[in-house]
Design a protein around this ligand. Structure first.
Ligand code: PLP
Length: 426
């Protein structure tokens, strides 16, 4: 039989320019991409099409929680795909129920809805807030300046950064931004229309800024006092990245009253699937039936395949004690970054983060860097040349968001590469 769709022309392997050409001609240019064409990975490493090896401390922006080509993920994909890939949410299936149970056990009594991405998980939280406030005419959600909540229309309205909104006005109504870690600013922003407050436990795209314990506890009290939902976007910071399932759990460790802290809704994605697209949001028991039959849906949300992978990711995290590993390797990396800051105070202004969610802030101007691009991009590119992948955040911050099973030897290698680049700049 004749092919309806003609075969694409063969791509000559190792030809980065040919692949980039395909993108230029056929892919919408909404991303600024680095000049790297990657072909495969294994554990903490990836290779480009020319065969150059890179240590991946960017983890696909906090996604590849078990590194690349993890055999347990591969096995889960293969085994589940032989049974059921998809059935729709008109029916019950075991993997979704079991993954929801796991998430509830890590978060608290409540229920879970599955999505495909972080932005979609947050959409569910916005709808939860609107449903919650609906009968009283309350619909507004207070979020933080510098926050990031995704690229859907409501996501960019929720995000506290002007750059994501430009050109897409009018904004979805009902979102207000106030300074992060500032309880009084939230109190002042509350109006009779306010239904919820949404914050990240650690701001990721905003430059790796953790919430303070006092802010979290004060926010819980304020939301109780004003009958507002306290919603947490854990898409980047959650799912063991900081060394605890919830970043807020890690932040509140050792703080009196911290163990009792529980949000009303939480969203996740990224690390959940180790690269397979899956997201979710959890709603506290009291509000868990607000989104009743017919109120919310997703064709692909929580497929048997996605949830089988999600369960496999959790199984590896548990059996390999990756919660502890994220803490140990994260503390080590942070300590070494601080030593580099002491060595190069004119290059590194600050080091921030928790567990394997780390950022170092470069000086706004580094005379040795002559290019027009922001310093963060220039240094990330120099790190590429030296064989390391990292993630820029804004103009000055470089993020490290590696796999949760990063080895000490790989952490040491990463620091050595960063040190070599700083030495060169210095
Ligand atoms: N929320 C936070 C905190 C994020 O960091 C991101 C993505 O970077 C999102 C939401 C959006 O997630 P997604 O890109 O999966 O839609």
């Amino acid at each position: 039989m004749k092919n309806i769709v003609p075969e694409p022309p063969a791509i000559v392997r190792n030809e980065a320019a040919a692949i980039q050409g395909l993108f230029e001609r056929n892919v919408i240019p909404s991303y600024s991409r680095f000049n790297l064409v990657l072909s495969h990975g294994s554990g903490a490493y990836v290779w480009d099409v020319a065969g150059k090896k890179y240590l991946d401390l960017g983890g696909g922006i906090a996604v590849c929680s078990l590194g690349h080509a993890n055999p347990t993920i591969t096995a889960a994909l293969v085994e589940q795909s032989k049974k059921l890939v998809h059935i729709s949410n008109l029916y019950y299936q075991e993997p979704q129920g079991r993954l929801a149970q796991k998430i509830v056990s890590h978060t608290g009594p409540g229920k879970v809805f599955f999505s495909n991405s972080g932005a979609e998980a947050n959409e569910g939280l916005y709808k939860l807030a609107r449903k919650f406030g609906h009968d009283e005419g309350r619909f507004e959600i207070i979020t933080a300046l510098n926050s990031f909540h995704g690229r859907t229309l409501a996501g960019i309205a929720a995000t506290g950064q002007e750059k994501v909104k430009k050109g897409f006005e009018p904004a979805v109504p009902g979102f207000f931004h106030v300074p992060y870690n500032n309880l009084e600013a939230i109190r002042s922003a509350i109006s009779p229309s306010t239904a919820a407050v949404l914050i990240e436990g650690v701001q990721g795209e905003g430059g790796i800024t953790p919430a303070s314990p006092d802010f979290l506890l004060g926010l819980r009290r304020l939301c109780d006092e004003k009958n507002l939902l306290l919603l947490m976007d854990e898409v980047q910071a959650g799912y063991f990245r900081t060394g605890r399932f919830g970043s807020y759990q890690r932040i509140l460790e050792g703080t009196p009253g911290g163990n009792e802290f529980i949000p009303d809704g939480v969203s996740w994605a990224k690390s959940m699937g180790g690269g397979f697209p899956i997201g979710a949001f959890w709603v506290r028991e009291k509000y868990a039936n607000l989104l009743g039959p017919g109120t919310h849906a997703s064709t692909y949300g929580g497929t048997p395949l996605g949830c089988a992978v999600g369960l496999a990711v959790l199984q590896v995290i548990e059996t390999e004690h990756l919660e502890q590993n994220a803490r140990e390797q994260g503390d080590f990396l942070q300590q070494k970054l601080r030593e580099l800051q002491n060595q190069y105070p004119h290059l590194i202004e600050a080091v921030r983060g928790l567990g394997l969610m780390l950022g170092f802030q470069l000086a706004a101007r580094i005379p040795a860097l002559k290019g027009d691009k922001p310093v963060s991009l220039q240094v990330v590119e120099m790190l590429h040349d030296a064989g390391l992948l990292s993630i820029p955040s804004g103009n000055q911050v470089i993020r490290l968001l590696p796999a949760l099973n990063l080895r000490r030897s790989e952490a040491i290698e990463g620091i050595e590469i960063i040190a070599s680049v700083l030495r060169k700049i210095s």
